[in-house]
Design a protein around this ligand. Structure first.
Ligand code: HEC
Ligand code: HEC
Ligand code: HEC
Length: 233
């Protein structure tokens, strides 16, 4: 009595070493199914990677050095003493814009708009260990150049601070004679004073002792004394 499921090998597949070898047709279908599965896995994995890549934790997880300290400044709870990207004490985390913006739900990429060429360049530099640590400190022009934006657009743009410089001067008119937003001498980058990963600095205090250093901020003199500031210039 023959088993219904057993097709006599001779009629169909050639027999190699006593085992039926898959027919070329079946082999082709298997390869096609495997290719579809691999493609699907890759799509899901890269979509996942992309979503993960947009999370602040990605930066620290992938590049422990040099990113951990940046992630720490971002994750610092507001209104508390902490440390900056170089490990200097910070009296109040609220003077670091990364912490302030994190509390508002912004991610690293809301400020660091990534361009593909920058990311590839950073990736290559990281893999090759070809970067200086501490990292060079960036300013508004460095952070906007690759995406072709003007310096001021780092902060003054429709989705962040939808203001002009003039609006800002008016808004902070109560800061008096030494209103830091009033371009008394020359127009300064926002990042001259507002720092994201270290305590913000009242630049005007370098020459004007009367210029008020806000609570939690540091004076220009204190800024010059920070560990890391020289190496990062
Ligand atoms: C509020 C906007 C903002 C957010 C959010 C932000 N950054 Fe920054 N980032 C800046 C600014 C401004 C600088 C310029 C240097 C500084 O202020 O310390 C900078 C500089 C950097 C640099 C260059 C090195 C240096 O010291 O200048 C790295 C690396 C960096 N940030 C990583 C991150 C990572 C990682 C996150 C998220 C965990 C993040 N940033 C979140 C604004 C931001
Ligand atoms: C010379 C230093 C300096 C520069 C440059 C500077 N700021 Fe400020 N900014 C300050 C100080 C000091 C404060 C007050 C902070 C506080 O009291 O905590 C402030 C406050 C602010 C505030 C809060 C205002 C409010 O009352 O709601 C905004 C927004 C702001 N700055 C945006 C900017 C932007 C955008 C730029 C660049 C176009 C810029 N600042 C450039 C020093 C500066
Ligand atoms: C490198 C030194 C230096 C820095 C930094 C500096 N100033 Fe001045 N500032 C001066 C000098 C010198 C004068 C007096 C001569 C003049 O009027 O140019 C002056 C004058 C002024 C005056 C006129 C009233 C006065 O006190 O004489 C104001 C207002 C002023 N500065 C505001 C600012 C503000 C706001 C900042 C920060 C954005 C700033 N300055 C940064 C050197 C500086």
């Amino acid at each position: 009595m023959s088993d219904n499921n057993t097709i006599p090998a001779a009629e169909h597949d050639p027999v190699i070493d006593g085992k039926a070898a898959p027919s070329p047709k079946r082999k082709g279908r298997r390869a096609a199914i495997a290719a579809v599965v691999v493609a699907a896995v890759l799509v899901v994995a890269s979509a996942g990677l992309w979503v993960w890549h947009e999370q602040p934790s990605f930066c620290g997880a992938i590049c422990h050095t040099p990113m951990d300290n940046y992630l720490a400044t971002y994750e610092a709870p507001l209104g508390q003493a902490t440390t900056d990207k170089w490990g200097n004490p910070v009296a109040d985390s609220s003077s670091m814009l990364a912490a302030v913006h994190a509390a508002e739900g912004d991610t690293c990429m809301d400020c660091h708009i990534p361009t593909l060429s920058e990311q590839v360049g950073e990736g290559v530099a990281w893999v090759a260990g070809n970067y200086e640590f501490p990292l060079l400190e960036r300013d508004a022009s460095d952070l906007t150049e690759a995406s072709g934006r003007a310096n001021d657009e780092l902060c003054l743009n429709e989705s962040c601070h939808n203001l002009t410089r003039e609006d800002l001067v008016e808004k902070t008119a109560d800061m008096g004679t030494y209103n830091p937003h009033d371009p008394h001498h020359t127009e300064l980058d926002c990042t001259t004073c507002h720092k994201a990963h270290r305590a913000s600095v009242m630049y005007c205090s370098q020459c004007h002792a009367q210029a008020e250093v806000p609570e939690g901020w540091i004076s220009m003199g204190e800024s010059n004394e920070l560990v890391g500031v020289k190496a990062a210039e």
